[in-house]
Design a protein around this ligand. Structure first.
Ligand code: FES
Ligand code: FES
Length: 152
């Protein structure tokens, strides 16, 4: 029996195999469909979640690797949808089609935890998520707005 800690709750995954990708159980078993599937090989970042606060790609993280670590998805990033990153994304109207944006926000939230005043270079280095709509300038602006909020 596999039990993982997701968004502050212990979730029983039954007899799921330990090599099952975390993304599969989040979406298909737990109904946490905010996290998206893109490449499946850690190349696009769309499936990014937090594992003990660090950004990881859930398409290549297995249930066995999660173990006792704490998983946070977009559904658990804040209680009310008002995390500084979420506020900044709304303020800047970042999404276009929207598909990549949850992964972008989860990556940005992890970046801001370790660096609350990122430069353009820091952002470009850390935010390797792909956006086919090219929202990169708005992502960068929103991260700077969120950083200011976190500095207060
Ligand atoms: S789906 Fe996981 S990195 Fe692309
Ligand atoms: S907003 Fe469309 S892929 Fe990023």
């Amino acid at each position: 029996m596999a039990i993982i800690n997701v968004n502050g709750q212990k979730r029983d995954l039954g007899n799921v195999s330990s090599d099952t990708p975390l993304l599969w159980v989040l979406r298909d078993q737990l109904g946490l469909t905010g996290t998206k599937y893109g490449c499946g090989v850690s190349e696009c970042g769309v499936c990014t979640v937090h594992l003990d606060g660090d950004a990881v790609q859930s398409c290549v993280t297995t249930v066995g690797e999660v173990g006792d670590s704490v998983v946070t998805t977009i559904e658990g990033l804040s209680d009310d949808g008002l995390h500084p990153v979420q506020n900044a994304w709304r303020e800047h109207g970042v999404p276009q089609c929207g598909y990549c944006q949850v992964g972008q926000m989860m990556m940005a939230a992890a970046l801001l935890k370790s660096n609350n005043d990122p430069t353009d270079e820091d952002i470009d280095n850390e935010m390797w998520n792909i956006c086919r709509c090219g929202t990169y300038p708005r992502i960068r602006a929103a991260i700077k707005t969120a950083a200011k909020e976190l500095q207060k």
